[in-house]
Design a binder for this molecule. Structure first.
Ligand SMILES: Nc1nc2c([nH]c(=O)n2[C@@H]2O[C@H](COP(=O)(O)OP(=O)(O)OP(=O)(O)O)[C@@H](O)[C@H]2O)c(=O)[nH]1
Length: 311
């Protein structure tokens, strides 16, 4: 078996959502392929330290903030790599091309350069996943007020909705799910339907969301463009990773009236539980839009909100 080589790689982002890619120079493996800037972790370094050093060496920039995001393994013919991806939202300095043949700012949904290094396909898919999920609560607030709140949130830019309505009667649920799917599609937003609540024969258009109980019963990834799961423990997160799911939700991070009596994880435990997973994890539980940055600084891809999404 090949020795595992640890690599730190950076998703250097701009406020408009684009990120930086570099084209590999001649006389390296995979010449001409595109990658996220970064490189090998040297003995005695943490991946974070390696990232800061590599970005200074390769691009001449100084990192101001780097948050752990995903860790993925890939076996190449030349190496078995363990890639530690960080998000770098803040840095300063003039970008220079010290090792790459070219640099390009790109967007995951409309990549203009290629080919990417083979290990990076799932990374590009993960970068297409929106950062904020709104979870419906129509059984509590009423169907019409929920749909009105959905329209307002979609108009304000929400790009991901989970229909979660365990208390809604089946007869109303089918029509409600279709309605939310249609409104999301019209707004270019992803709609995920909760797998425990699907009426007989109802197939989600794009997104399927597994509650933890169903996740643990799955031996393979259910079909669907976007499949994710709710998790509360490391074992559940690892099972979601083994199935190759696209994302997980982990909570409850803060106290929330929707799940009274359950202990909250807090941010530092949240960060420990999601360390080194290969898929994005969103924080859930008592969160509001203003918690986004704090969540991401603890390694979250983003946040899922029930009440917080609709006000
Ligand atoms: N920097 C970076 N490396 C990546 C990415 N994806 C990916 O599979 N890798 C792999 O991780 C390793 C990065 O190591 P590196 O950049 O320090 O080394 P290298 O292969 O250029 O050559 P070297 O041995 O001369 O340093 C390579 O095997 C590369 O193929 C990525 O997005 N960014």
């Amino acid at each position: 078996m090949k020795k595992i080589v640890h690599v730190a790689a950076a998703i250097i982002t701009r406020p408009d959502g684009s990120f930086l890619l570099g084209q590999r120079a001649p006389e390296t493996y995979y010449t001409g392929y595109w990658e996220f800037p970064g490189g090998k972790v040297e003995p005695g370094e943490t991946p974070h330290e390696a990232l800061v050093r590599e970005l200074q060496e390769e691009l001449g920039i100084t990192v101001e903030a780097a948050h752990p995001w995903l860790t993925r393994e890939h076996v190449y013919e030349h190496a078995h790599v363990n890639l530690h991806f960080f998000e770098v939202p803040r840095w300063h300095g003039e970008l220079q091309t010290h090792v790459h043949a070219a640099l390009a700012w790109q967007r995951a949904e409309s990549l203009e350069v290629g080919p990417m290094l083979p290990a990076n396909g799932p990374i590009l898919k993960a970068l297409r996943l929106p950062r904020a999920m709104g979870v419906t609560q129509a059984a509590q607030v009423g169907i019409a007020p929920q749909l009105a709140a959905l329209d307002r949130a979609l108009a304000a830019g929400l790009k991901w909705v989970q229909v979660r309505e365990p208390d809604m009667p089946l007869a109303e649920r089918t029509a409600f799910m279709r309605e939310v799917e249609n409104r999301c599609a019209a707004a270019g937003a992803l709609c995920s339907l909760n797998a425990a609540e699907l009426p007989e024969g109802f197939a989600p258009a794009r997104g399927l969301h597994l509650p933890a109980r169903l996740l643990m019963q799955c031996a393979q990834r259910p079909e669907g463009e976007w499949v994710g799961a709710s998790c509360h423990t490391r074992a559940e997160l690892e099972h979601a990773a083994t199935l190759g799911l696209d994302y997980a939700l982990l909570g409850h991070v803060l106290q929330t009236p929707t799940h009274p009596g359950q202990a909250d994880l807090g941010w530092s435990r949240f960060g420990e539980l999601i360390a080194d997973l290969p898929m994005p994890v969103l924080a859930i539980g008592g969160l509001r839009p203003e918690d986004m940055e704090l969540a991401r600084s603890h390694g979250a891809h983003g946040i899922a909100m029930i009440r917080g999404a609709w006000n």
